[in-house]
Design a binder for this molecule. Structure first.
Ligand code: DOR
Ligand code: ZN
Ligand code: ZN
Length: 452
């Protein structure tokens, strides 16, 4: 007796599609093929529908511990599940920051108690001595070391000497927020008197490029795997083009950099639905900033050329009250964990991306980059994280469809593919057409490969 059989599914991988039944036992896929023998406690017909692996979002800020009024593990993970994200990797700029074994274990406990999706945890680094990083990486508990080269939200920032020491003294994946702090400080001082400067003037592309250039030097010297978070500019893509294949550098792009531009008028009504928007000031204040249309197009080109490895939402919720503060006080960050898949499926519908490429970017490559051996594929032995998709008409995104605690999205009003029909985490139905149905399901902790 299987726990679940999903019948007649059109299973999409990064390379092909096939129609088959998927049988699940104890949270794992145990059979993929024609008509498994034996019964099932739950049968679901996916006839005429597509099934992809659950999305792995390697970049979320679920704010807990510390700022549950913005998000916590229950609200963030419900939002994730409703949007087809079945695994999240949480960033360390919580309060307290995830810098020590004790802070790591405390966050792990919070997440285990309330996350509806599987979760991994990044360890942070701060200036100076970071005693617990090696143990957290060697055990495989931390999915990577997150480094802020430029200050963003929260106190985590490493200077160049600390960064160098991290390359020398630790092992495993380093994920980087690449903006050059010295340049940021100089620009901030220069514009300190401006009431509402352009965010791109304070954090221009050159700031990101300078940091990526430094990273490339370090990777050349240490041959260390580095994941460059939120590549946002044509210039970064050009620079990384030169190292492609030669160095262990992987790259992430974020939906807000792929679907919004700083210099395009709001125009959700365009026939391709992807007009981009300059909408609403501080709402789209994010680090690195929303860039020009030229940069946005360069990111899509990089995706098509397979120069982007993963899509991460950089889900960084702040309340509308916080966003209504004057420019200098308004926090940077955009919520997005639940709109990644709808936006990308819309791009598929409009011919910008194939569904196979989407599966590579959202499932297969993240599993490989973060060493999640049981995820990213719908194959025997893998976790039964499934997303069932039907062909549905585009709909304008309504705030009422959002499950993030902050309740808003920069994509409100944009016509997009609705949330997925069904989302299974470990073989259990968690979300159906955007609603949470398995609120008793708890996700499991996922670890990285370890660096023993
Ligand atoms: O805009 C951002 N918001 N960039 C970051 O690096 C952090 C994030 C947050 O946590 O709010
Ligand atoms: Zn960042
Ligand atoms: Zn982030």
């Amino acid at each position: 007796m299987y726990d679940l059989i999903v019948e007649d599914a059109t299973i999409v991988s990064g390379r092909e599609r096939r129609v088959a039944d998927i049988a699940v036992e104890d949270g794992k896929i145990v059979y993929v093929g024609d008509r498994p023998a034996g019964g099932a406690r739950v049968r679901e017909s996916a006839r005429g529908r597509l099934v992809i692996p659950g999305v792995i979002d390697g970049h979320v800020h679920f704010r807990s511990p510390g700022h549950p009024h913005k998000e916590d593990w229950a609200s963030g993970s419900r939002a994730a599940a409703s949007g087809g994200v079945t695994t999240v990797l949480d960033m360390p700029n919580t309060s307290p920051p995830t810098l020590t074994r004790a802070a790591f274990d405390a966050k792990r406990e919070l997440a285990a108690a309330s996350s509806r999706v599987d979760f991994g945890i990044w360890v942070g680094a701060s200036a100076g001595h970071n005693p617990d990083i090696n143990e957290l990486m060697e055990s495989g508990d931390a999915c990577g070391i997150k480094v802020f080269m430029g200050a963003s939200t929260g106190p985590l920032l490493v200077d160049d000497a600390t960064l160098l020491r991290l390359f020398e003294e630790t092992r495993g994946l380093i994920g980087v927020h690449a903006e050059d702090e010295a340049m940021l400080v100089a620009l901030r001082d220069q514009h300190a008197a401006d009431v509402a400067p352009d965010h791109n003037v304070l954090r221009p592309p050159a700031v990101a490029v300078a940091a990526v250039r430094r990273l490339v030097e370090l990777v050349e010297a240490f041959k260390r795997p580095v994941h460059v978070c939120h590549v946002s500019t044509a210039a970064e893509a050009d620079l990384l083009e030169r190292t492609h294949g030669a160095l262990p550098i992987t790259t992430e792009a974020c939906p807000h950099h792929l679907f919004l531009a700083s210099d395009v008028t709001p125009d959700y009504a365009r026939p391709d639905g992807l007009g981009g928007t300059t909408a609403t000031g501080n709402r789209i204040k994010v680090n690195p900033p929303i860039r020009s249309e030229r940069d946005r197009r360069a990111l899509w080109a990089a995706i098509r050329r397979e120069r982007i490895d993963t899509i991460g939402s950089d889900h960084a919720p702040h309340t509308l009250e916080e966003k209504a503060l004057p420019y200098w006080q308004a926090p940077a960050g955009i919520p997005g964990v639940e709109t990644t898949l709808p936006l990308l499926l819309t791009a598929v519908r409009q011919g910008r991306l194939t569904l196979e490429r989407l599966v590579q970017l959202c499932c297969e490559r993240p599993a490989a980059v973060f060493g999640l051996a049981s995820k990213g594929h719908l194959r025997v032995g893998f976790d039964a994280d499934l997303v069932v998709l039907a062909e549905r008409a585009l709909e304008p995104l309504e705030p009422s469809a959002l499950l993030t605690r902050v309740g808003w999205s920069p994509f409100e009003g944009m016509r997009m593919v609705p949330k997925p029909d069904q989302v299974y985490v470990g073989g259990r139905l968690v979300a159906q057409r955007g609603q949470i149905v398995g609120d008793d399901v708890r996700g499991r902790f996922v670890r990285g490969p370890g660096v023993g």
